[in-house]
Write a protein that binds this ligand. Structure first.
Ligand code: C2E
Ligand code: CA
Ligand code: CA
Ligand code: CA
Length: 279
């Protein structure tokens, strides 16, 4: 038994070693990723449930490393956040999403609103509103076509600064969405105190509908709450017809998820929006 214990221990340390080495490798490659053109944005449609029309899309980062292949943002975003690299990466994503959206508009495709995720680190940069302003000016995208997705954890700290930043962003004319709603440190006072346009119900509340009556109740309560506060309500991670029917019955405005489409490359997304609708 002792022998086995020792082997397990060795196995454990060698795994730890691998994990640390792996992380350092990722970190080293990540530093170069933007300049080496390895980052790409994929786009996932957001669909209006009343009309079946695509009304916007979420831009999601993809990293194609020549040796490591496709690396998921759930792996590299946390590293980018801890190392501060998220600032450069996030700026790249903002510029690229605005540039692409403007270029689709100029190509005669339907006008869509692009949503870009902001990390807490980015949000708390004092020059964020200034940065958004110059990016819109540089790319020529009208502010109404840009949406910023923030998580409720951003709203938790530094209330006065946070409110000030949100008000500055609103005065530029962009939309603010509260992402992953219900999973962080939620508080109704956020909804009352901050200028939020859209509420995105997290996938974890959608995935077990209709099997879980609890989740169904929570989701329908969130929809009602958002509607009563005059916010647009978006369900994320919608995968099945049953979920879609439920959301339609409960008057959710917008849905996003594999039932419509996975996040798509630029060319695949172009093909999709040329059609423009799902029904
Ligand atoms: P998120 O903002 O909550 O994005 C939604 C995630 O759910 C995406 O994962 C998307 O591909 C996935 N998804 C969409 N529909 C479905 C569905 O029907 N079922 C399931 N199971 N999943 C679905 P992805 O692209 O891997 O991104 C993961 C997270 O990485 C994002 O979560 C976001 O927090 C972060 N992220 C991605 N791009 C950026 C970025 O440009 N900046 C920042 N700060 N974070 C980003
Ligand atoms: Ca998001
Ligand atoms: Ca989300
Ligand atoms: Ca999520």
């Amino acid at each position: 038994a002792k022998q086995k214990g020792r082997n397990n221990y060795q196995f454990f340390t060698s795994c730890m070693h691998d994990a640390i080495a792996n992380r350092l490798t990722l970190e080293k490659y990540l530093r170069k990723a933007v300049e080496l053109n390895e980052m790409e944005l994929f786009y996932q449609p957001k669909v209006c449930l009343e009309t079946g029309r695509i009304m916007g899309m979420e831009a999601l980062l993809r990293w194609n490393h020549p040796k490591l292949k496709l690396i998921s943002p759930t792996e590299f975003i946390p590293i980018a956040e801890e190392t501060g690299m998220i600032l450069a990466l996030g700026e790249w994503a903002l510029v690229e999403a605005c540039r692409q959206t403007k270029s689709w508009q100029e190509a005669g495709l339907p006008f869509l609103r692009v949503a870009v995720n902001l990390s807490p680190n980015q949000f708390h940069q004092p020059d964020l509103p200034e940065q958004i302003r110059w990016i819109l000016e540089d790319t020529g995208l009208d502010p109404q076509w840009l949406e910023l997705e923030i998580t409720e954890n951003i709203l938790m700290d530094k209330t006065a600064d946070t409110l000030n930043t949100l008000q500055q962003l609103k005065s530029i004319g962009v939309c603010i969405s509260l992402d992953d709603f219900g999973t962080g440190y939620s508080s109704f006072s956020y909804l009352k105190g901050f200028p939020i346009d859209c509420l995105k119900i997290d996938r974890t509340f959608i995935q077990d509908i209709p099997r879980s009556p609890k989740d169904a109740n929570i989701a329908s309560a969130m929809i009602r709450l958002a509607r009563n506060l005059n916010m647009i309500v978006v369900a994320e991670g919608v995968e099945t017809k049953e979920q879609l029917a439920f959301l339609q019955n409960h008057q959710c405005h917008v849905a996003q998820g594999y039932i419509f489409s996975e996040p798509l490359s630029v060319s695949a997304f172009e093909n999709l929006i040329e059609k423009g609708r799902y029904r």
